[in-house]
Design a protein around this ligand. Structure first.
Ligand code: ASP
Length: 332
């Protein structure tokens, strides 16, 4: 990957809110106002229809263009941003990054300026380097919005939103919940974003479970309890979220347990799930590695809400696209 210039970053949380207090970019859930967070979840609910029905749609983004720039692999996030844009009537451009000029040495800003010149209004960016979405947001024209679709191991805000929406649908409120996130917490942007959203929503208890080698830095998730056994982490949990080992972000795999040992100690299985509440829900952001962090029968079982997370992903992305478009329209 081509190195981008580094610079002292302005506060991302304030950068994403416009002068009228509306969401202009979505860069992080850290510091996002609770009311705004709940408003986005409520908006997303309105985009959900019964399975088998024609999906919700509107012309809210008619005439607008959305560019998907994914400089890292993606299945769910990219497909759902694509569908979300189209269901709101936008023109959606999926840039083929393997053949894009960035491969030829063009800086990411030059790619962005090129799309800006084509009047692309919203750019959805996934990148392996920390700080890229905010860096771009700081350089675009006032009529352009940037949405973070996965930033290194730092942040994945729309995933965090769809996760808390799914929890709210099943559990109602957050104050009495024990949420357990199991797996490679250290390298997971999903763990970071969902933890930030849960903290803002006042979750009762947040437990992060992993082998010590995959544990987050102490203090990186304020208020969370960091544990290294399922016995402690899953006990009476209301929500169990499994995460895969992010091998692509781990330089040296030494010290990481082998598959059988990992599954036995950290796998969400029929056996280990007995530790959690009987009505607990099981979540996973995908892609799943069945038989490593989650047992296939659990992923497909009655407590699993994994496909619902995917459905909610489209609705949440529609809500976010609509919101940032309103901010752009109000200012121009
Ligand atoms: N799809 C999620 C992400 O992009 C989770 C994962 O890759 O494991 O972070």
């Amino acid at each position: 990957m081509i190195a981008e210039p580094t610079e002292v970053l302005q506060d991302e949380a304030s950068l994403q809110i416009d002068e009228n207090g509306n969401l202009r970019h979505l860069l992080t859930l850290k510091g996002l106002d609770k009311t705004l967070l709940i408003d986005i979840l409520d908006d997303a609910e309105r985009y959900l229809t019964e399975p088998g029905r024609v999906p919700a749609s509107s012309r809210a983004l008619a005439g607008r263009s959305v560019g998907n720039l994914f400089f890292e692999p993606s299945t769910r996030t990219r497909a759902s941003f694509d569908l979300a844009g189209k269901r709101l009537g936008a023109d959606v451009l999926n840039l083929d990054v393997n053949t894009s000029s960035r491969k030829k040495g063009e800086s990411i800003l030059d790619t962005i300026y090129t799309l800006e010149a084509m009047q692309v209004d919203i750019m959805v960016v996934r990148d392996a380097s920390a700080g890229v979405p905010a860096y771009i947001a700081r350089h675009v024209q006032p009529h352009v919005s940037i949405l973070n679709a996965g930033e290194s191991d730092v942040s994945h805000p729309t995933q965090g939103l769809l996760d808390v929406l799914t929890i709210r649908q099943h559990k109602g409120s957050f104050g009495n919940l024990a949420v357990a996130i199991v797996g490679d917490i250290r390298h997971s942007r999903v763990a970071m974003s969902v933890s930030q959203a849960l903290t803002t929503l006042g979750v009762g208890e947040l437990r992060l479970i992993s082998p010590p080698v995959l544990a987050p830095d102490p203090g990186s998730v304020p208020g969370a309890k960091i544990v290294d056994t399922l016995e402690e982490g899953l006990a009476d949990a209301d929500v169990v979220m499994a995460l895969r080992i992010q091998r692509e972000r781990i330089g040296n795999l030494d010290g990481i347990p082998g598959i059988d040992e990992y599954f036995a100690n950290y796998g969400v299985s029929q056996e280990s799930l007995k530790l959690a509440k009987r009505d607990s829900i099981v979540m996973h952001p995908g892609p799943m590695n069945r038989g490593i962090e989650i047992e296939g029968v659990v992923a497909d079982g009655p407590q699993s809400v994994i496909t619902q997370q995917v459905t909610n992903g489209v609705a949440v992305r529609m809500a976010v696209l609509d919101r940032v478009t309103k901010s752009l329209a109000a200012r121009h």
